[in-house]
Design a protein around this ligand. Structure first.
Ligand code: PMP
Length: 436
């Protein structure tokens, strides 16, 4: 397997065969990403994926921010293989294992202690939405309050608690039951809302929660909204949100499930703002090579859980601990990765600005930070055409936003210079083709 692909020479991928294929015949209609990327993938390495026919694709999606360290990062794969062949225990509920101890020690040493964070580490079920459920339960238990403040365009997951704080109307409709005890405040920049205006609207929601329901238990937010359209909040607004949470006795929950683990340029997305969230949620990339894993970090003084009060069979998957430990060891003991995200983020920015400039009158704009950036199209149909044209040219890239109007660039953080530049060249070509 080689990642020195022949990307621009590959034939255009064809759609899957008709209704006779097993996916169409048997898999639930709920399947989604496979509709945007109709190939049968077989292997992957770094920022390249290959389908079963050997066609190469540059991956600017990275499993929605899961394979930040690249597909099949060799050192992580080796650590997992050695653990398995050495007879390491794979499943252990939440019993102590050497793999969990090694992870906790590495996480404490590499992430928590250098940032002066006393936070405890809770292992919920391995998905992001489960971490959100745990955080909401804990905030309600700590404060004795019910209402949670969420933001317009926010995305936190599909289970009922997480869905209640998720904005997307279509996703909410899927609940089939009311999703109560949530108040929505406007995210900075939504509907052209300026920083002060958005903060005042938040204060108002906090006051209403006090008048009507004894106050807010928590404010939950993404510092960069992923599914909501790559909206990167300003440090000023983030500090304003944190101040208001404290003033009103609400816990601040930062959902760093998509924007965390270096995606924004720092390990946590809130670091440049200098805020100290009470609860931080990680999933996706924390599992290293895409192993399912989630974490809830909460302050020790809030650790009022009874043993087993947020239980689950898969809280602490040892292969994920092994991969996660390797990831922290190899990528976070120094700032090499963070610096390369800054460099690559600047390359992406420049390329996107060039695309905007090349098509004046098309109402394109650039958003995001780090390696989480987006090309917003005033016309959602144009974004859809760009996504398809990119796919036809061998680039896996997703769209997000209320109307899927933002083409979202999230390559693996370790993408090579060559792959990054070729991916951006394909995207520029796709934008041109979609417009002309
Ligand atoms: N929070 C954020 C910010 C997310 O982006 C996602 C997933 N896209 C989730 C929560 C839910 O994670 P999961 O899909 O693993 O349940």
């Amino acid at each position: 397997m080689t990642s020195s692909g022949l990307l621009l020479d590959i034939p255009a991928p064809t759609a899957l065969a008709g209704p006779s294929d097993i996916f169409t015949r048997r898999e639930s209609n709920v399947r989604s990403y496979c509709r945007s990327f109709p190939a049968v993938f077989a292997t992957s390495r770094g920022a390249t994926m290959w389908d079963e026919d050997g066609r190469a694709y540059i991956d600017f999606f990275a499993g929605a921010g899961t394979v930040n360290y690249g597909h099949n990062e060799p050192r992580m794969v080796q650590a997992v293989v050695e653990y398995l062949t050495g007879g390491g225990i794979v499943h252990s509920l939440d019993m102590h294992t050497v793999a969990k101890r090694a992870f906790l020690e590495e996480f404490e040493r590499t992430v928590l202690e250098p940032r002066g964070m006393a936070h405890r580490v809770q292992c919920p079920g391995p998905t992001g939405t489960n971490a959100v459920e745990a955080a909401l339960k804990l905030a309600r238990k700590v404060t004795g309050r019910r209402t949670v403040i969420a933001f317009s365009n926010g995305y936190h997951g599909m289970t009922l608690g997480a869905l209640a704080v998720t904005a997307n109307p279509q996703a909410r409709a899927g609940a089939g039951v009311p999703l109560p005890h949530v108040r929505v405040a406007p995210y900075e920049g939504n509907h052209g809302m300026a920083t002060d205006e958005a903060l005042e609207a938040l204060s108002q929601q906090l006051r209403l929660a006090e008048q009507e329901d004894g106050g807010a238990a928590a404010i939950i937010l993404e510092c960069i909204q992923g599914e909501g359209g790559v909206n990167a909040a300003s440090p000023v607004w983030l500090r304003g949100v944190a101040e208001r949470a404290r003033a009103h006795g609400a816990l601040l929950i930062v959902d760093d499930i998509q924007a965390g683990c270096g995606r924004s340029g720092t390990f946590f997305s809130f670091e440049p703002a200098g805020i100290e969230p009470d609860i931080i949620l990680l999933s996706k990339a924390i599992g290293g090579v895409g192993m399912p894993m989630a974490l809830v970090l909460h302050r020790p003084e809030h650790d009022c859980w009874q043993p087993g009060e947020h239980n689950g069979t898969f809280r602490g998957f040892n292969l994920a601990f092994v991969a996660a430990t390797a990831a922290l060891r190899h990528f976070w003991r120094d700032d090499t990765l963070a610096r390369s995200v800054a460099t690559n983020g600047a390359i992406v920015r420049e390329a996107l600005l060039d695309m905007v400039q090349a098509h004046p009158g098309c109402a394109l704009s650039v958003r995001g930070r780090g390696l989480m950036q987006g090309l917003r199209c005033e016309d959602p149909a144009l974004a859809a055409r760009i996504g398809r044209a990119a796919w036809d040219r061998g680039l896996v890239i997703e769209r997000s936003g209320r109307e899927d109007e933002v083409v979202k660039l999230m390559p693996p953080l370790v993408i090579s210079d060559d792959e990054l530049r070729r991916g951006l060249a394909i995207l520029a070509e796709a934008v041109h083709a979609a417009i002309h």
